[in-house]
Design a protein around this ligand. Structure first.
Ligand SMILES: C[S@@+](CC[C@H](N)C(=O)[O-])C[C@H]1O[C@@H](n2cnc3c(N)ncnc32)[C@H](O)[C@@H]1O
Length: 272
């Protein structure tokens, strides 16, 4: 087995946190997502993962988020087998292996060049899964996107790392380029942006959250999007948490609006 030394900085480094949590879930007695690829990839990454263990209290939330996005992706591909999936900020997530997109669709994984380079070395992806090394804020990579296919844009754990103006420009670009489709993403509450500045693991790699969710602002900026879902990730986690001792804490989090809304999943439809 060949291993890869990983030394990522900035937002790219956070992909190790979500990878670790998916592997933690997969190793548990009652996995929620059961992403077997996460452990295989983790075993090939040279990194001191013990430093990430303290995040595992959030593991159920992270894997519930991934599971719901997998379900939305599968639902889209069943309805639109010739459609296109833009998997933005894909990190080292095995979504195309879990969801198994049909060969008739286009699937494009997008992340920063150093991440796509690592992804290509660590995963044996089907050849109809394309990988694009680019910042989602760049314009150039959009040339590679089909403009005539219904498209699901899925952005997991991404938008909070972008400044507000970049999120706005990205959503505008989606609407200008794509005829019809769905936009699925998670977003965080404003207080988490402040807390993220002081989170030791974020400080160590030089990153933090930059943008937070405000439904009124988002929907008035993008009036052609039609809301389908707005789900609390912690509500999902409280129901699914396999560690019984954690359920009371998640239940309490679920009735406190700042915690309940700290991370929410959103799905919008456009052009239909
Ligand atoms: C928390 S990780 C999430 C990764 C993956 N979606 C997952 O759930 O495991 C954040 C990801 O966003 C990517 N990212 C951050 N800013 C980006 C940008 N401007 N363009 C492309 N990817 C970006 C990072 O490189 C990283 O892979």
């Amino acid at each position: 087995m060949t291993t890869e030394k990983v030394d990522l900085r900035g937002a790219a480094a956070t992909l190790l946190m979500t990878l670790y949590m998916r592997a933690f879930d997969a190793r548990s007695r009652r996995p929620i997502l059961g992403d077997r690829y996460a452990q295989e990839v983790l075993d090939r990454v040279e990194y001191d993962f013990a430093t990430l263990h303290r995040f595992t209290g959030d593991a159920s939330a992270i894997v519930c988020r991934a599971k719901r996005l997998d379900e939305w992706t599968t639902e889209f591909l069943v309805a639109e087998p010739h459609g296109q999936v833009l998997h933005l900020g894909c990190g080292l997530d095995s979504r195309p292996l879990r969801v198994r997109p049909p060969r008739t669709c286009r699937w494009i994984d997008v992340d920063q060049p150093e991440v796509i380079d690592l992804r290509r070395r660590l995963y044996d992806l089907p050849d109809h899964v394309e990988t694009v090394p680019a910042s989602v804020t760049d314009e150039g990579w959009w040339d590679q996107v089909s403009t005539d296919r219904p498209t699901l844009v899925v952005a997991e754990g991404l938008l909070m790392y972008l400044p507000d103006d970049d999120v706005r420009a990205l959503v505008d670009r989606v609407r200008q380029t794509l005829p019809r489709g769905l936009l699925a993403f998670d977003a965080v509450a404003p207080w988490t942006v402040t807390v993220s500045k002081w989170t030791p693991e974020f400080r160590a790699v030089g990153t933090r959250f930059h943008s937070a969710w405000d439904r009124g602002t988002f929907e008035s900026r993008h009036p052609s999007l039609h809301r389908l879902d707005d789900v609390s990730v912690y509500d999902m986690a409280a129901l699914a948490e396999p560690r019984l001792w954690l359920r009371p804490a998640l239940y309490v989090a679920g009735v406190l609006p700042p915690m309940r809304d700290s991370m929410r999943l959103h799905r919008y439809r456009f052009g239909y």
